[in-house]
Design a binder for this molecule. Structure first.
Ligand code: SF4
Length: 309
């Protein structure tokens, strides 16, 4: 059985969980390519104009998988254990894709704790649909979950070690506040990350943060933040704030949650230099690079003044 997984959106968060689960069930995984211009252009064709750029890219990935696998994997997320809500796009993809694309076989699971739908039950249902026994599915899920948690801890530990090392270096430490599907995407965040590294900056990622900080860390910015993804990023921001020279927010046009939350942060963070980048379909690399150069110049000047007066 071939399962097509779009390399976009929550793939960047749950890739280990999903890939391990399907592999343990004996499925072959067909991953879509890294985001490229063709994927983006097809995504634009199959999306409503007002959709955010990240969701347009997702549609392009789905289109690229059609005809290459038995099922295309499109999970549906709505609410989580602690009643957190996720951006409505993640609730809608299943329905949007089944309406927009003809003849696609979709494999899905629902996470909606407010309506009694847990991740565990969702994975059991998927196993059943794929013809696996209850015990085999249970085993696959437990192995996948363990591996996912282990990888999460490794990522957090690696970042903490990197941060300790980078504090001793004479380089800029910059915190990148962006959803994983933006910052790690080949077309969206990757060129920015590569350019910042060329400018000699050490990069810390707000999305890589110990789960224990996610409970309350975000409350220092606003007690009424609504979305799970925003809470996670704000908790990372709160955790790493004192260890960095500056902060770059990267979001996409027309993201509602980020337009509110990032604006709120830049207003509150008076002591730290912030750069707010909003990517759209027409962005030019040169325009972005000029802004990154100016920002790192400002940070370098500030650092020199603090060190040498
Ligand atoms: S949070 Fe923003 S970028 Fe992410 S899916 Fe929702 S609207 Fe798009």
């Amino acid at each position: 059985m071939k399962i097509g997984i779009p390399k976009a959106m929550l793939y960047y968060k749950y890739n280990v969980l999903w890939e391990t689960f399907f592999t343990e069930l004996g499925c072959e995984i067909i991953l879509s390519e890294n985001t490229n211009k063709k994927i983006l252009n097809n995504g634009i064709i199959y999306s409503a104009d007002e959709s955010c750029l990240a969701s347009k890219i997702y549609m392009g990935h789905i289109f690229s998988l059609i005809g290459k696998c038995d099922y295309i994997f499109i999970p549906r997320f709505c609410s989580f254990k602690n009643n957190d809500i996720i951006c409505v796009k993640f609730n809608a993809f299943y329905d949007i894709c089944s309406n927009v694309f003809d003849n696609i076989n979709i494999l899905t699971y629902d996470v909606d704790y407010l309506r009694g739908k847990s991740e565990f039950c969702g994975f059991l249902d998927m196993g059943k649909k794929l013809g696996a026994s209850y015990m085999k599915t249970l085993r696959a899920y437990l192995i996948a979950k363990k591996k996912y948690k282990k990888q999460y801890k490794i990522n957090v530990n690696n970042q903490n070690l990197f941060l300790e090392k980078s504090k001793k270096e004479d380089k800029l430490n910059i915190l990148v506040v962006s959803h994983p599907y933006i910052v790690y995407d080949e077309l969206l965040g990757k060129p920015i990350i590569i350019y910042l590294k060329k400018l000699n900056a050490n990069l810390i990622y707000a999305n890589v943060v110990d789960k224990k900080y996610i409970k309350n860390g975000w409350k220092n910015f606003s007690k009424t933040v609504y979305w799970e993804g925003s809470k996670e990023l704000l908790s990372g921001l709160n955790n790493y704030l004192d260890s960095v020279d500056g902060i770059i927010f990267i979001s996409v046009f027309t993201c509602g949650p980020d337009s509110l939350v990032n604006e709120l942060c830049t207003r509150k963070l008076k002591e730290k230099a912030c750069l707010n980048l909003i990517l759209d379909e027409l962005n030019s690399d040169t325009g972005i690079q000029t802004r990154l150069e100016s920002f790192t110049d400002v940070l370098n000047d500030k650092k020199r003044i603090v060190l040498y007066g």
